[in-house]
Design a protein around this ligand. Structure first.
Ligand code: 5RP
Length: 234
């Protein structure tokens, strides 16, 4: 029998790989329950696929205004995270994922709410194309959501550990997150111990959320590759 997720010989675009993993994630959605939904272009593919089974779920808890708007436009009920004690599964993308399921997230500036929804979920299923798989986290600029009054001091703290931090801009102005804060993007880091790094930076006054997800790492990664969807478990 032909494996529908296998595409031997076909050169799939990054967009097609995102569609594939977005659809493959449906198998982790538990009928009758509320599903945790992340943010980003890969998750948008998942949301579109989720609409096809919306009658089988109660709804979603969303990690951003953008995802909430997309879910609601497709007729999926969105619950406040405070209304839900625990979620079976959280589906989200990543900017980088390593071979242990640790991730860098926040390229879409939604890292704080993503970490909150991930923390209330029993399983994190990461959906990503194969360009996101790395040996060591740190090639992608690390997003850190911060309180604006702490920005300069935090930039100096990253410089002291060998990183270069910049305030993320949007139309020439500091980008403001869904939580009213700003983002620093830090380059030049090699994050060889993600748990230790996340613990350390999370304690710096003024840091709202660091975009290393080691405490809330993925248990499963559906990776879109040239030969189809590869499932990694951690
Ligand atoms: C948003 C995120 C996204 O999951 C991450 O940026 C990946 O996005 P995409 O699927 O568009 O590549 O962390 O804050």
């Amino acid at each position: 029998m032909t494996n529908p997720n296998s595409h031997p010989g076909a050169a799939l675009s990054q967009d097609q790989l995102k569609t594939l993993v977005g659809q493959a994630a449906l198998q982790y959605v538990v009928p009758g329950e509320i599903v945790g939904v992340g943010t980003g272009s890969t998750v948008n593919k998942f949301i579109d696929a989720l609409a096809s089974i919306k009658g089988q779920i109660k709804g979603a808890v969303s990690s951003s205004v953008a995802s909430t708007e997309r879910l609601q436009a497709l007729g999926i009920t969105v619950f406040d995270s405070n209304e839900v004690e625990a979620l079976s599964v959280y589906i989200d993308g990543a900017d980088e994922i390593d071979g242990q399921g640790n991730m860098i997230k926040g390229g879409g500036a939604a890292l704080t709410r993503e970490k909150i929804v991930a923390a209330q979920s029993r399983k994190f299923v990461c959906i990503a194309d194969e360009s996101k798989l790395v040996q060591t986290l740190g090639q992608f600029p690390l997003p850190v959501e911060v309180i604006p009054m702490a920005a300069q001091r935090l930039m100096r703290q990253f410089a002291a550990m060998g990183g270069q931090a910049q305030v993320r801009l949007n139309d020439g102005q500091p980008l403001v997150t869904d939580n009213g804060q700003i983002i620093l993007d830090v380059t030049g880091l090699q994050i060889s111990d993600p748990l230790a790094f996340e613990s350390q930076v999370s304690q710096w006054p003024g840091v709202v959320t660091v975009g290393v997800f080691a405490f809330q790492k993925a248990q499963v990664c559906l990776l879109g590759t040239a030969s189809g969807v590869k499932t990694m478990t951690f």
